[in-house]
Design a protein around this ligand. Structure first.
Ligand code: HPA
Length: 279
């Protein structure tokens, strides 16, 4: 099943038919919201709000592990994450979409893995993920292709078909927040090759991959990053831009659901092969 993670400004998908609201607890705590099971064009999908009701979880305190685990519990194996970002690359403008294909991260105090060796939590399940977690395995996961190429390709085709301005590649820098960056930090990130900056893309992408899910990030440029525009940044600017885009994002998701082949045609599901240390 496809799971949607809604970021700032996207707290639900009102045009979709609500089938069920699932309230879950996980071995990693409670997720930031209930999981809504929705129907779109005869296809079931799951929705979770990253920041929760009333935007109550700041980026550094989002229960990322619980959120991804909750999606797994309802049967999600592919994730479309929607995130507001600041533009570092000068060619980007507010309202543009970026389908990032790499990340660098500067987060500091987040729970960023399920694989904690002998300190791993105990989980239910009989698949490879549960087996590795429960056996206390040490796992080094490949991150050569963190974002699912198949989902990214489908999303690019959707953007193309809708005539939206989008970029099919880009590097996402994840900062800890909750404050915005300084101009000096943005200059550093630019030097390192980052195109966009946000506070929530990591560890979400890595956790999805740890659960062998496909993950694609639809980044919506909300503002020029600090020091690029010359004026100071506000949350209002980000939320206002995302508010203007909500309807369009809903349409993009409908088209995406229609276009996504039901079979996964990628390697994301095999990422645990050879990832465990030892036999
Ligand atoms: N920086 C970090 N996160 C963001 C920004 C930004 O400029 N805009 C939207 N999310």
């Amino acid at each position: 099943m496809l799971g949607i993670i809604g970021g700032s400004g996207l707290y639900g998908l009102e045009n979709f038919k609500l089938k069920e609201k699932v309230s879950l607890n996980t071995p990693f705590g409670r997720p930031s919201s209930d999981v809504a099971i929705l129907e779109c064009e005869g296809v079931e999908l799951a929705f979770i709000s990253r920041h929760g009701e009333g935007h109550s979880y700041p980026p550094h305190l989002v229960p990322y592990r619980a959120n991804l685990w909750a999606l797994r519990e309802v049967g999600v194996d592919r994730v479309l994450a929607v995130s507001a970002v600041g533009a570092i690359n000068r060619t980007l403008r507010p309202g543009d979409y970026v389908l990032v294909d790499g990340f660098i991260e500067f987060t500091k105090r987040r729970e960023f893995t399920y694989y904690e060796g002998r300190l791993s939590k105990k989980v239910e399940g009989d698949d490879k993920v549960a087996e590795l977690i429960n056996s206390g395995a040490v796992v080094h996961l490949d991150m050569t292709t963190p974002y699912c190429p198949q989902m990214k390709g489908v999303m690019a085709a959707v953007m193309e078909g809708m005539g939206r301005r989008y970029f099919s590649a880009g590097i996402y820098a994840c900062t800890e927040g909750p404050r915005f960056e300084t101009p000096a930090e943005i200059k550093m990130l630019e030097t390192l090759g980052a195109d966009v900056v946000g506070m929530t893309g990591y560890p979400e992408v890595a956790l999805a991959r740890e659960l062998t899910m496909c993950y694609v990030s639809l980044c919506v440029v909300a503002n020029p990053a600090a020091g690029i525009s010359g004026y100071r940044l506000t949350s209002d600017e980000v939320i206002e831009l995302m508010g203007k885009k909500t309807e369009e994002i809903g349409k993009i998701i409908v088209r995406f659901v229609e276009a996504l082949p039901s079979e996964r045609g990628c390697e994301c599901g095999n990422v645990l092969e050879g990832a465990k240390v030892g036999k």
